[in-house]
Design a binder for this molecule. Structure first.
Ligand code: HEM
Length: 399
């Protein structure tokens, strides 16, 4: 059998065109079937903000652990409280806004390095030139692994997060085999680096995790290695998507380019609004641990529930004028980073990277515009609220 880790595509998004602009369809679903059971796959979809938050903040009823066919997969993302706390406590101090602020100078350097390579050309491929390399280089720095290995682990980490676009058993098996291979390769990679830290401690995340655990004794070595892989992978595509989405908004609504230069205090709000508007992660999944009633329907024990952030973030009951991009929106309670105990550990880092990226891009590139005739293609399911490529032209500013 396939196991419960297979997340079926929504029937409504069976064409690339619909995935390229999912928001009208999500609106229809939210209004007509706010909580619905998908007969074909036996899974639930929650589209309302209120329900999404209700589910995410109740891990007792809605568990993150739905890989029931494999017992050796304990991982920060898939464990429930109280065990989850063991994982969080090991790294809680590492990603606070204050702690990540120390890497700000390095983030500026990396961005300037990346923009130096394109500024003269007057055009760039947003994803490949800036949005993809930045998060990989930053997390590599934090982990203490050579940034020159980035292409190597970028490929592996892309394989790890590949979604299944069709539901055939063959596709699933093939993708799953590739994923397991990528996971083992990354584990071996980190094993070598860990070995060096055991011989000689350093100040990077690999050491922090290893020595914090040595004190608390909560994880075994394989779990540490998987944790490192998670840290490497979790922030890649998500931050790439956020940065690409910001450039997309700047070119779709060019008035913001001048406005942000004049009012730089709007930059953090612009980042938050991009997170709400074009969420890097469109949905999360939970498994019901017991029968539970919601909106007059009964979700049965064992059934999976998709929590649609891409819909919740545009729910008019929570956000005024939800389809208007407004960097002054306050408060902006989007749930793109999740909600509750699993709230994104890397959120302060992602926000910092995005703010510095936006500031640096605006300072160096003027008149950013999408290359004419570009067809916007969504990334493969399940990350379809992001785009594969976003080529733009600009006028380099003298700096
Ligand atoms: C968890 C989104 C960047 C590390 C999560 C979750 C979401 C998310 C939705 C919750 C998963 C769940 O509840 O099942 C994002 C977005 C990002 C981003 C939208 C960028 C725009 C990062 C970065 C890191 C990171 C840069 C880097 C280190 C993690 C980790 C978890 C997590 C370790 C698991 C936390 C836990 O289970 O307790 N992220 N993330 N994320 N994120 Fe991020």
């Amino acid at each position: 059998t396939r196991g419960a880790s297979f997340i079926p595509p929504l029937e409504e998004f069976n064409t690339e065109e619909k995935r390229a602009n999912p928001f009208p369809i999500l609106k229809t679903l939210r209004e007509n079937t706010p909580l619905r059971f998908d007969e074909t796959y036996g899974t639930w979809d929650a589209f309302l903000y209120e329900d999404c938050v209700r589910i995410l903040k109740d891990p007792k009823t809605f568990s993150s652990n739905f890989n029931r066919d494999n017992t050796n997969t304990e991982n920060i993302i898939t464990v429930d409280p109280p065990r989850h706390q063991d994982f969080r406590e090991l790294v809680n101090g590492v990603f606070t806004p204050k702690a990540v602020a120390d890497v700000a100078p390095r983030i500026y350097e990396i961005l300037n390095f990346l923009l130096d390579a394109v500024q003269e050309q007057g055009r760039m491929n947003t994803v490949y030139d800036v949005a993809a390399p930045l998060p990989v280089m930053v997390i590599a720095e934090l982990l203490g692994i050579p940034t020159t290995d980035r292409l190597y682990f970028k490929e592996l980490s892309d394989t790890l997060v590949t979604g299944v676009t069709d539901s055939s058993e063959e596709t699933y098996k093939r993708v799953q085999a590739q994923r397991l291979h990528a996971r083992d390769t990354l584990n071996d990679y980190f094993r070598q680096h860990l070995q060096m830290r055991k011989e000689q401690p350093t100040e990077d995340l690999i050491s922090v995790l290893w020595y914090a655990n040595a004190e608390k004794q909560v994880l075994d070595e394989d779990q540490i290695l998987r944790f490192l892989t998670t840290l490497l992978v979790a922030g890649h595509e998500t931050t790439t998507n956020l940065i690409t989405a910001m450039v997309r908004v700047l070119s779709e609504q060019p008035q913001f380019q001048e406005r942000l230069l004049e009012e730089p205090h709007l930059i953090p709000g612009f980042v938050e609004e991009t997170l709400r508007f074009y969420p890097s992660v469109p949905r999360l999944t939970r498994r019901a641990t017991m029968d539970v009633e919601l909106r007059g329907q009964v979700i049965r024990e064992g059934q999976l529930v998709n929590v649609w952030m891409a819909s919740a973030n545009r729910d008019g009951a929570k956000f005024a004028h939800p389809d208007v991009f407004d960097p002054t929106r306050h408060p902006n309670a989007h749930i793109t980073f999740g909600f509750g105990n699993h709230f994104c550990l890397g959120a302060p880092l992602a926000r910092l990277e995005a703010q510095i990226a936006l500031e640096t891009i605006l300072r160096r590139l003027g008149n950013i515009a999408l290359v004419e005739g570009t067809k916007i293609e969504p990334t493969p399911y399940p990350l379809f609220t992001a785009v594969k490529e976003y080529p733009v032209t600009f006028e380099g500013r003298s700096i």
